[in-house]
Ligand binder design. Structure first.
Ligand SMILES: Cc1cc2nc3c(=O)[nH]c(=O)nc-3n(C[C@H](O)[C@H](O)[C@H](O)COP(=O)(O)OP(=O)(O)OC[C@H]3O[C@@H](n4cnc5c(N)ncnc54)[C@H](O)[C@@H]3O)c2cc1C
Length: 293
């Protein structure tokens, strides 16, 4: 089975999701890891170059990360080549010429199992595939973007200011998110301290970002980011369906809420019924001690 993985870079290194895909592709068959070179992602030059490569090499499967750019490029590629397409894949198995993929649907309310005939294109969620050490530095083939296909004019890039200190939400293996139960932005040090103690990123519910307590980039959920960390800690978050849509694929979910009937406990692996102002400082201290010993 021939597999083409389209890799992405961030800050010079391959993104973690690209390493995850490389690992899976190597386990499944004959893998080529491809990086499309261009000044920046631009849909038409990228899809044009990639489509030509796929038509020439005829891989059975093209895998991309379900990132902002990966989703865009994967859907365009499948449409252009008339290949089957599955987005946001979280589980993947191969049987003969058929892929069996798991993917969340309806904003995370159900998990579907879908059979896809190859040749196919899929995007796979970051964190869905365990990272194998053997894939730490895969050989990457460069492919030039097809600039002759460009129809857009680049005007300017406006990066979002971030604290710089913590990992981004999309890449984070640990996320600590705060909700309205934190009562106000002046208490966010509780969320940040725990995130730092665990070496993780900070997230928020929409109630929090709508109130302007935290920037929109930190919002997790249906209209925010979809995250799949190893550990998701929800502090003072009720567990509205729109929030759950963005985080229920996390491997382990810990919830702290003073209401024992809060919906977040329905998806939590570990639930703590407590006041965040009492529990979180003590928990953070315990984590610091445990990690330093
Ligand atoms: C179209 C649409 C899209 C949406 N998209 C999103 C989205 O992407 N992401 C998202 O998060 N929401 C989204 N929402 C909003 C969502 O419906 C909820 O309103 C929101 O998630 C609630 O945020 P919250 O849990 O922080 O606040 P609340 O629902 O007010 O919950 C606060 C929780 O804190 C607990 N609490 C209070 N004090 C304490 C304390 N001292 N200690 C411990 N616990 C305490 C309470 O028991 C409660 O459970 C969307 C809504 C709509 C209509």
């Amino acid at each position: 089975m021939k597999i083409l993985v389209v890799a992405e870079r961030r800050d010079g290194g391959l993104r973690r999701v690209s390493l995850e895909l490389a690992a899976k592709a190597k386990a499944l068959g004959e893998a080529t890891i491809l990086e499309i070179a261009g000044d920046r992602y631009s849909p038409l030059p990228f899809v044009s170059a990639l489509a030509k490569k796929v038509e020439a090499e005829k891989p059975d499967l093209v895998m991309l990360g379900a990132t902002l750019n990966g989703r865009d490029l994967g859907a365009r590629l499948a449409a252009r080549l008339g290949r089957a397409y599955a987005a946001d894949v979280t589980a993947l198995a191969v049987s003969g010429n058929t892929l069996e993929v798991g993917r969340p649907m309806y904003a995370g309310k159900v998990r579907a199992k879908v059979r896809v005939q190859m040749p196919a294109v899929i995007t796979v969620r970051p964190g869905a595939i365990p990272l194998a050490e053997s894939a730490a530095s895969p050989d990457v083939v460069k492919l030039e973007a097809d600039t002759s296909a460009e129809k857009l004019e680049f005007v300017k890039f406006a990066p979002v200011a971030s604290s710089g200190k913590r990992v981004s939400l999309a890449e984070a293996r640990v996320i600590v998110s705060g909700g309205r139960g934190l009562k106000g932005p002046e208490n966010w040090h509780l969320v940040e301290d725990l995130a730092d103690a665990l070496g993780g990123a900070v997230g928020a519910s929409r109630a929090v970002t709508d109130a302007g307590w935290r920037p929109n980039e930190e919002q997790v959920g249906q209209t925010g980011k979809t995250v799949t960390p190893d550990l998701y800690v929800a502090l003072g978050i009720s567990g509205a369906i729109q929030h759950l849509a963005g985080m229920t694929s996390s491997k382990v979910i810990v919830a702290v809420n003073k209401d024992p009937d809060a919906d977040i406990f329905k998806v939590a692996d570990y639930g703590v019924v407590a006041d965040v102002f009492e529990f979180v400082p003590a928990f953070t201290e315990a984590v610091r001690k445990a990690r330093s010993s």
